[in-house]
Design a protein around this ligand. Structure first.
Ligand SMILES: Nc1ncnc2c1ncn2[C@@H]1O[C@H](COP(=O)(O)OP(=O)(O)OP(=O)(O)O)[C@@H](O)[C@H]1O
Ligand SMILES: [Mg+2]
Length: 348
């Protein structure tokens, strides 16, 4: 567990007031939503960890929680110098953009990407179209709105099929790798019925898998490191799917990779990060083809920040960076966009 800072900086009267927006799984379960619908949401440990770090930086932290709490607080006239936002949202293709959109409406700055980026990146097909336009390698693909369209997909098998706009490995399983049109149509039908959205079909990438941690934005973004994902014998599926992600110990292991292929993966990730205008911090998932060429799979502009269990936090730990150091890097990347706040924050 992340310990509270031994000597949190004393609060000054002019300390920045920071709101913390997040989706607690237990809050949404209490509202009647199901286990899988809430799979991306956080346990108390994440806002606890973030609050400890932000308080340790000398900020006055106020926990807000989900968007419905935020709307009430805004309607009551509350405001903050900035908001540290990790809300994933519940409904619609704009769900990750809803909190940043509201904050924009009230002219309140926030950490992480803006609504445009968060809408584009939630739809993996649109994100792939944009990065491909910028010359970033990404597997050939098609988006199917109806399973019968599977019959006309012109791509060579094996293919990989998954919901076009989900995260946390939802809808990814051993059935995702398909070897003929009948299997593709059956899995597409199952996923469209279950997730009520189109499916993305793409060339199956049979090479190594990496996740690249990034901080900053645009030309100033930098790759913290490249973590290779290894699938153990107990890994239930081809790929880093929901079953593996829910119970990863013994199935998945990670190592920091720094060979030539990993460096190309970092370069691919940084180009995709800039093309999608991602900000402050996050992760890009990369997988190589059979020739060892890394391809962009998807970006996580709101990467998990659980102090003990999130991929970006594992990556940071494995390169020797503590949780408070990681969060501080992200906050500094945000402050670099807001000189007046940066001056008041007084961080070294
Ligand atoms: N084209 C592909 N070829 C082979 N494996 C793939 C392909 N696309 C995805 N995968 C596998 O499926 C996993 C999940 O895919 P993806 O990263 O798109 O889903 P996600 O649910 O958004 O993930 P996250 O939990 O990172 O949000 C990948 O980590 C990879 O192991
Ligand atoms: Mg992923």
């Amino acid at each position: 567990m992340t310990k509270p800072p031994a000597n949190p900086a004393p609060l000054r009267p002019d300390s920045l007031r920071v709101g913390l927006t997040y989706d607690l799984r237990k809050d949404w379960l209490a509202m009647g939503y199901g286990e899988e619908e809430t799979a991306e949401f956080d346990s108390e440990a994440t806002p606890d960890g973030l609050e400890r770090v932000l308080t340790g930086l000398g900020f006055h932290v106020e926990r807000i929680g989900h968007i419905r709490n935020l709307t009430r607080a805004l309607a009551d006239g509350k405001s903050w110098d900035f908001v540290f936002n990790i809300c994933e949202g519940m409904h619609g293709l704009g769900r990750e953009a809803q909190v940043p959109g509201l904050l924009d409406a009230y002219n309140i700055p926030y950490v992480f990407s803006d609504p445009l980026t968060l809408c584009i990146t939630l739809d993996k097909g649109i994100a792939k179209t944009i990065v491909r336009e910028r010359g970033v390698p990404t597997a050939d693909f098609a988006v199917l709105r109806d399973a019968v369209e599977a019959r006309n997909v012109p791509l060579p098998f094996p293919l990989f099929v998954k919901p076009v706009a989900e995260g946390s490995g939802k809808g990814v399983s051993a059935r995702s790798r398909v070897t003929n049109h009948a299997e593709l149509e059956a899995e597409a039908a199952r996923l469209i019925a279950k997730f009520h959205q189109p499916v993305l079909v793409e060339t199956f990438l049979s090479g190594r898998e990496f996740t690249v941690g990034i901080v900053g934005e645009g030309a100033n973004a930098c790759a913290l490191g490249v973590m290779e994902v290894h699938f153990g014998e107990k890994a239930a599926a081809f790929g880093y799917g929901y079953e593996n992600k829910q119970d990863w110990e013994g199935k998945i292991s990670y190592t920091i990779a720094d060979d030539g292929e990993a460096r190309v993966a970092a370069d691919v990730a940084l180009k995709a990060w800039a093309a999608l205008r991602c900000r402050d911090g996050g992760r890009i998932d990369i997988r190589s083809d059979h020739l060892g060429q890394p391809h962009f799979i998807e970006v996580n502009p709101l990467a998990g920040l659980h102090p003990d269990y999130s991929d970006l936090v594992f990556l940071a730990r494995d390169i020797g960076m503590t949780y408070p150091e990681l969060i501080t890097r992200i906050v500094k990347a945000f402050l670099a966009r807001h000189p007046a706040l940066q001056a008041r924050a007084g961080l070294p």
